[in-house]
Design a protein. Structure first.
Ligand code: PRP
Length: 184
């Protein structure tokens, strides 16, 4: 059942789960015998991170970091702030940053620049979605499931004004939803 506020489903639940399983398979293969730490970027990555972590067949730990760039608007402000740092040191660890979506790339660019000086053994990025046409800075995304067009999407961790993160699919919102809430 699709929520009434959703205009189009871009990726249904089955497709999302196939994408997650494929990423988990690749990461499990690449990190065999390595000390893997998944770092989820709050809050959007939470749903993806939970599924990805459970689909991995290699032992790993998880930690979270929080940034903010959007507020409740639908476009990035271009300024990234660190809201919550990691709980533990990452020196010598094999770190995979887990993101729901790469849009302008500014969040990841900021996070990679923040984490690299902490000297992890390796640092890679895993993102469920990317909007290739929105990229403002080049970011190395080793593991990616889907490229999507430049439309505002919600679901599977992605929100509009903090809602819709719980939807098991990725879709666009009906115009009325923005208009009713006065743009966020
Ligand atoms: C979203 C998303 C990424 C970032 C991507 O987070 O989860 O972290 O924007 O955009 P960028 O590539 O243009 O930087 P947001 O700041 O909306 O916070 P949230 O995860 O808490 O929803």
């Amino acid at each position: 059942m699709v929520l009434a506020e959703i205009e189009t489903v871009l990726l249904d639940e089955a497709r999302v789960q196939v994408g997650v399983a494929e990423l988990a398979r690749r990461i499990s293969e690449d990190y065999q015998g390595r000390d893997l730490l998944l770092v989820g970027v709050l809050k959007g990555a939470v749903v993806f991170m939970a599924d990805l972590s459970r689909a991995l067949t290699v032992p790993h730990e998880v930690d979270f970091i929080a940034t903010s760039s959007y507020g409740s608007a639908t476009e990035t402000s271009g300024v990234v702030r660190l809201l919550k740092d990691l709980d533990r040191e990452i020196e010598g660890r094999h770190v995979v940053l887990v993101e729901d979506i790469v849009d302008s790339g500014l969040t990841l660019d900021y996070l990679l620049a923040t984490l690299r000086p902490r000297r992890p053994a390796s640092l890679e990025v895993c993102a469920l979605l990317q909007k290739p046409d929105e990229l403002r800075v080049e970011v190395p995304v080793r593991y990616k499931a889907f490229d999507i067009p430049s439309v505002f999407v919600v679901g599977y961790g992605l929100d509009y004004a903090e809602r819709y993160r719980n939807l098991p699919y990725v879709g666009t919102l009906r115009r009325e939803v923005y208009e009713r809430s006065g743009g966020g």
